[in-house]
Design a protein around this ligand. Sequence first.
Ligand SMILES: [Zn+2]
Length: 289
Amino acid sequence: MRKITAILLLVCLLLCGCAPKQQGNIVTPVQEQLWVHFIDVGQADCTLLEYNGHFALVDGGNDGDGEAVAAYLQLQGVQKLDLVVATHPHEDHIGGLSTVIDMIPVDTVWSSPIPNSTNPTRNFLKSVAKRDKEVEQPQVGQVFNLGDATITVIGPVKEYDELNNLSIVLMVQHGDNRFLLTGDMERTAENDLIDSGADLKADVLKVGHHGSETSTGYRFLREVMPTYGIISCGKDNSYGHPHEDPLSRLRDAEVTVLRTDECSTIVARSDGKDIYLLWGEEHIFPNAA
Ligand SMILES: [Zn+2]
């Protein structure tokens, strides 16, 4: 198994999620590295990928998160997003994207099918149209190059009535390192993905559906074999996420779990060989030294 280093991991676990502050210490990211920001948006999802001045945003939190997400992106120096992905049209994924796209130009926009018109989906489509862009539904196997990193669409492999299972599933690869982003995919789609023969091995799994009991089955974990699992969920959320069952399955699979409700924003840095995990409750970019 590839060697993965987690800076400060032990400290964070010992402090039960209390992160060291590095106030005022905003550091320009080292070039030629992939940075994956699991942005704390409470009970929602938002992931920023960054490679040498190129940026991709996967989901944008709830309606009310858009301005904070845009501010976080601007703090990272984002002047344009190469790619925006709405994994599926539930508000906690698509809601904030409208404001982000209003504030930051975007080149390419991917979304899963949007069967229903809701306020968040209407606003999202309106904002994309205002940028003179079209929403594209990517095909399985489609690849987006983000510098030397690749973002490959590996799911969904079937059509579903349940919007969660329609989540666009992405494998992000940088050198030897792989990150699997699954939106709110549930076990039906997980099993179909396995049956499709997709290579699901990943070092970091963004745990499906905020740690809901409907996701992260044993069979799926055996295929992915992640070292780290990132759960995006809100403190004391009304869904009870993450549920004990998937947490227990992750423990059985010896996955080290980090949660945004405990650590706030979590940032992974990949140099193509090793992965370093960093976090800070002030959302200040960590020193890459
Ligand atoms: Zn969700």
